[in-house]
Every structure is written in structure tokens, then in C-alpha cells.
Design a protein around this ligand. Sequence first.
Ligand code: BTN
Length: 242
Amino acid sequence: MKLIKLDAIDSTNSFIKELVLKGQIDNLTAVISKFQSKGRGRNNNIWLDKPSNNLNFSLFKEFKNFKIDDKFFLNIISSISVFSLLKKYDLKNLSVKWPNDIMTGNKKISGILIENNIRGQFINQSIIGIGININQLDFKTLPKATSLKIETGLSYNPEKLAVELQKILVSNFELFIQNPEKLLNDYNKLLFRKSKTIYCKSKTIKINEGDIVSVDQYGKFLILDVNGIVKKFKENEIKLNY
Ligand code: BTN
């Protein structure tokens, strides 16, 4: 299990993509960089970070028979892994906001970008990109962001967290083979605002508020609307206001 340590790179996910193209990367290799000049987030957002403050981490994972239908398990495995890593710190109300933001209270401490190489009905390879805010103290343009240091008052070594995170991810990938249902159940236990009312907006269905029920194995988000009917949403079909 290799860990490649860089000082600066455009993006650790893009770096892995290049190694894959050159055939120069082994399964379960992780890459970290002290700085990313073009860090990427979900939905084409940029992921900004202050040099040497945070963890910019990507893991390369190869699969033999991983069906596209199981794609959401990649979100589940990565969110649960970050949750397990962070749970030993004194963070209040740590949770997973669907599909895969890690929250402490109402603030985001970590984000995950998963990029897949698909062939037919199977995912051959994935790059699991994880950003964790560690020692950064100000997020001027991001009022809903926080870091380990803001929450605990202490500084941490991003590299040490990377070593641990890589191990946790590998063991959760093994658990996925043995017991995927447990992973889905665990994910649902950690869900942000589970069973609570949230305000939301959807382009597909008229809904302004509802209670968060659960997430199914395909990654659909289930909300109980004010009429007592459970509505299902795909990623990007609903926006939560919290
Ligand atoms: C998000 O919440 O939008 C996902 C953010 C993912 C950021 C990480 S940092 C390491 C890896 N490299 C990238 O360019 N992005 C991911």
C-alpha cells in the first residue's frame, strides 16, 4: 500500500488520472499534496485550500466485478471512512450529509469527489478524492466551512491523518465484499438531520419541507413530505436548506 507525498500539484485526483494513463499506479495507492492549485469539488466546483493547512488526499481503487448499480456504495464507503477517522476528535454532532459531505453541527469539515472509470455495466477503477479541513482558521468566502482546528483549538499533522485514512478505507472496501448491508445501515445511522424536518427545494417534485427518512442502496434520498408520503430524490434533484 503506497502513499505518495507531494508538496504541490494541480489536483491529487488529476495526478492519479495521469498515473493511470501511464500505467504507473498500483491498486490502493494514495496520494497527498500539501497544496493543490486546481483542487476540484463536486458539480464542477473548485476546492480551495490554504497551503500546508489541510489534507488533500486521493485513493486509487481497482475493481474486478463492481456493478454500476452499486455505485453509491463508493459514497458510503468513503463517507463512513472519513467519519471513522474524525470521530475520535472532539467534534460536536459529526454526521454525513447526503450524498457525502462530512459535517460537524451545521458546518462542513470534509468533502469527497469520486471519479470512476466505467466499462459497460461495471466500474473498473475509482479515484476517491477527499479534502479534510485540518488547520485552516479562516474560510472567508465559505461561511458554512470549518476545520479540526477551529472546532478543537488544536493543530494536527495532515500526513498522520492520511496514513490512518488509507488504512480505514482499505478495511471498509473489504467490509463491502463481506457485508454491504452493514455499510448501508451504518451510513443511515450517521445521516445529517436524520428524522428531523428540513427545508428543501426540488426541480422535479413540489416540496418545501419534509422529514429525512433514509438513503437507499442506489443513493436515493427519501423524504417524508407534509402529507405523510415518502418521496425519493436522486442526487442534484433536491437542494437542502439548513
Ligand atoms: C466537494 O465537497 O465538493 C468535494 C471536494 C473534494 C476535494 C478533494 S481534495 C483531494 C482531491 N483532489 C481534488 O482535486 N479534489 C479532491
